[in-house]
Design a binder for this molecule. Structure first.
Ligand code: 3H9
Length: 689
């Protein structure tokens, strides 16, 4: 079975790539393309060649799953050289996305025709890479670096219309792109070989180079330590060299980036993001329910944000409160958030009006009667939730999905307040709900498969990354966060200071450390929750007892002079911490950044292992996706479970054993799964499949 079929139509040989789902350039496709070019050139009856594709995508790029494996010949640059140097002109017929190596195939051709809906781009930057098959050399030579460099820097594809304007395409065909490509191929053949232009022969003008250098300077400033931005600049600069030399520079840079841990992490995230959409036990035969309208209960910050998600997706939503004043406040808050977008220019006044019109404020639960889905975002207290669900059971229409936006509570207990537990699930949004990508969908035992499938489809429609998780205190994200919070408190008592702990996490790549985060969210939230659960945290409790709730009170772990967002070190807090260490008989010591990181992150990994053992997360990659999309874990670090693998599970086990002994806390001992994998010399990645 060849993945490239060659068929001669008149004088034109059409090579059609057929490698579902997205025609990635696997070794078999590369070989098939090389053979097609060779045999078409050897066939005296053929005057020109067209490269076309079956399916939706033209070519989605190199096969990402092959990276990091031993290279299988022919390499893509070799195939592209064969296309470019073909004695007979080659034209690309682009019917769908031409991305990465896919666009590089098209660039090596002598002509390019696309359908209007096609998209063209070089997204390698998003995988921690740069184009590696001549893209950095051919694209700027064809359309100029002033246009080509930003395309490679952002990784965002452009439309066929813009590509035509740029000169990246020769033609946009309204239909039958293969026929249009055949016509162009015939015309090029008729003009004769010498008239055929190759992207590799183009040269950049002085003015173009100047614009590029200015853009490059700016990009390097914002590169944030990502090595591929500097590599991209270097590769584009190499267009000043003869093509073959420039291509060699690009290849060297590309190969070193493929081996870089940051790109490995981003590739892991690419596949984990797609895998997370597959819910174990729920196949395509499970049809999601139709969601044409929604209701959100609670017009507080969370409920308002969730209502905005529905309105942004064009779904009418009833926003419900118990009293008019609270409702008015909620609606005003939503309006004010949209106003900020309007001021920033990211939303038109008209769009704001349309979205506000989709939000229907109402007092009383009876207004939820017509909704296909009801999302409860009321106070986080079991009694409150049970009362609401009991009433909803009476008013909601049959088959409506009843979702609780609980962060910690037991969903089956909430469901037990209804006579339709199969329709009750958790939908845990993250604050601010209209911004954060993560949506934990809690799937309690007894919930209907089609209710879960509906929530997944809806989640994506709302622009979220839905991750289906099992029921259990704190689900995945908050359960692991609690370990980090405890670890941060332990570090303070042992000798570290808040700014040192925060700096370690920021150095790792988080936007904020745990104490800056707590000050932003409000320290009283954790305090209330600890009190309700009978838990103690000496430093955190003392901070709250002093009334230092964080930014909103002007002080917390840090001081915030006159509403400043960045906190300053607080001598009183530091003295308070030292006093608590002394009270607990601890001799304070200093910690390196590396020690701080290990103490914060190892217990999270341990909890992740327990979550996997309990089946609360289906795969280690799901946990990574939760942390990247809900808690700002840097994507280029791949998520906590990927990070653990890169550190080595045996080392994490040793560190946890030492920590458990030092603290005298059995809960910190390595989980059985972690120990087993470490003993077998494996990582979490081995759990796949
Ligand atoms: C590159 O080209 C380097 C070169 O410069 C140099 C080489 C020397 N490889 O996203 P979907 C799979 S780097 C392997 O759900 P959609 C994906 O895993 C590459 N597999 O569909 C999924 O599998 P499964 C530059 C790939 O319709 C299935 O296809 N290119 C690849 O929402 C469907 O994917 C890119 O970065 C791949 N390249 O979106 C483009 N692409 O069904 C990456 C997809 O088993 N791809 N798969 O879960 C995309 O942006 C989107 O997948 C695309 C389709 C827009 C194509």
């Amino acid at each position: 079975m060849t993945q490239v079929q060659l068929e001669v139509r008149g004088k034109v040989a059409v090579a059609t790539i057929d490698n579902p789902p997205v025609n990635a350039l696997s070794a078999a496709v590369r070989e098939g393309l090389a053979n097609a070019i060779k045999s078409a050139n050897a066939d005296a009856a053929v005057a020109a060649i067209v490269i076309a594709s079956a399916g939706k995508a033209f070519i989605a790029g190199a096969d990402i799953s092959e990276f990091g494996q031993p290279p299988a010949p022919p390499s893509l640059p070799e195939v592209l050289d064969a296309i470019e140097n073909s004695a007979k002109p080659v034209v690309a017929a682009i019917q769908g996305v031409a991305l990465g190596g896919g666009l590089e195939v098209a660039l090596a051709c002598h002509g390019r025709v696309a359908l209007p809906a096609a998209k063209l781009g070089l997204p390698e930057i998003k995988l921690g890479l740069i184009p590696g098959a001549g893209g950095t050399q051919r694209l700027p030579r064809l359309i100029g670096a002033a246009k080509g460099f930003p395309m490679m820097l952002s990784g965002e594809p452009i439309s066929a219309g813009l590509a035509l304007e740029y000169g990246l395409l020769d033609e946009v065909a309204s239909s039958d792109v293969a026929a249009a490509a055949i016509r162009l191929a015939e015309a090029l053949a008729a003009e004769g070989r010498r008239a055929v232009r190759s992207a590799a022969t183009g040269e950049l003008t002085e003015a173009d180079r100047e614009v590029f250098e200015a853009l490059a300077k700016d990009a390097l400033k914002k590169a944030d330590g990502m090595p591929n931005v500097a590599a991209l600049v270097e590769a584009v600069r190499a267009t000043a060299l003869p093509f073959a030399e420039g291509a060699a520079v690009e290849r060297r840079l590309f190969l070193s980036l493929v081996a870089d841990e940051r790109s490995k992490a981003l590739r892991h995230v690419f596949f984990a993001e797609r895998e997370v959409a597959k819910v174990p036990g729920i196949g395509p035969e499970v049809k999601p329910r139709e969601i044409a309208s929604a209701a959100v209960i609670g017009a507080g910050t969370m409920g308002g944000g969730i209502a905005m998600c529905f309105a942004n997706a064009g779904i009418p939503v009833t926003l419900i409160e118990t009293a008019q004043a609270a409702l008015d406040n909620g609606v005003n808050r939503i309006g004010a958030i949209y106003d900020i977008s309007v001021q920033r220019g990211s939303l038109t006044l008209e769009a704001k009006a349309q979205r506000m019109a989709l939000i229907k404020p109402a007092v009383g639960l009876a207004a939820a009667a017509g909704a296909d889905i009801v999302v409860e975002a009321a106070f986080e207290e079991m009694g409150v939730k049970q009362q609401i669900f009991g009433e909803l059971d009476k008013v909601a229409k049959p088959g409506a999905i009843l979702a609780s936006n609980t962060s910690y509570l037991d969903v089956p207990t909430i469901a037990a307040a209804t006579k339709r537990p199969q329709d009750v699930i958790g939908m845990h949004f993250f604050s601010p709900a209209n911004v954060m990508k993560l949506l934990e969908i809690v799937r309690p035992a007894g919930s209907a498969d089609d209710a879960i499938a509906t929530a997944v489809v809806l989640g994506r429609k709302l622009g979220k990354v839905p991750v289906v998780v099992g029921n259990g205190f704190g689900f995945v994200g908050n359960r692991m966060l609690e370990q980090r919070t405890r670890a941060a408190e332990r570090l303070l008592v042992a000798g570290a200071l808040p700014h040192e702990v925060d700096a370690a996490l920021v150095g790792f790549g988080f936007k904020m450390g745990p104490f800056a985060m707590a000050d932003l969210a409000g320290n009283d939230i954790g305090w209330r929750s600890r009190k309700a659960r009978g838990l103690k945290a000496a430093v955190a409790d003392a901070i709250c007892e002093a009334g230092w709730f964080g930014q909103k009170t002007g002080r917390g772990y840090y001081i915030y002079p006159q509403g400043a967002r960045a906190g300053q070190r607080c001598p009183e807090v530091e003295a308070l911490i030292a006093r608590i260490s002394a009270e607990q008989g601890v001799t304070r010591r200093s910690f390196t950044q590396e020690e701080i990181l290990a103490r914060l992150l190892d217990p999270m990994v341990n909890e992740g292992a327990r979550i996997l053992e309990a089946g609360i997360a289906a795969r280690p990659g799901d946990i990574d996706i939760v942390w990247i999309n809900g808690y700002n874990w840097p994507a280029w670090r791949g998520g906590p479970m990927f990070w653990a693998d890169s550190v080595g599970l045996d080392l994490i086990v040793k560190r946890l054993e030492a920590l458990a002994a030092e603290i005298g806390d059995k809960a910190l001992e390595p989980a059985p799964l972690l120990k087993r994998l470490a003993a077998e010399g494996k990582g979490f990645a081995n759990l796949k499949g």
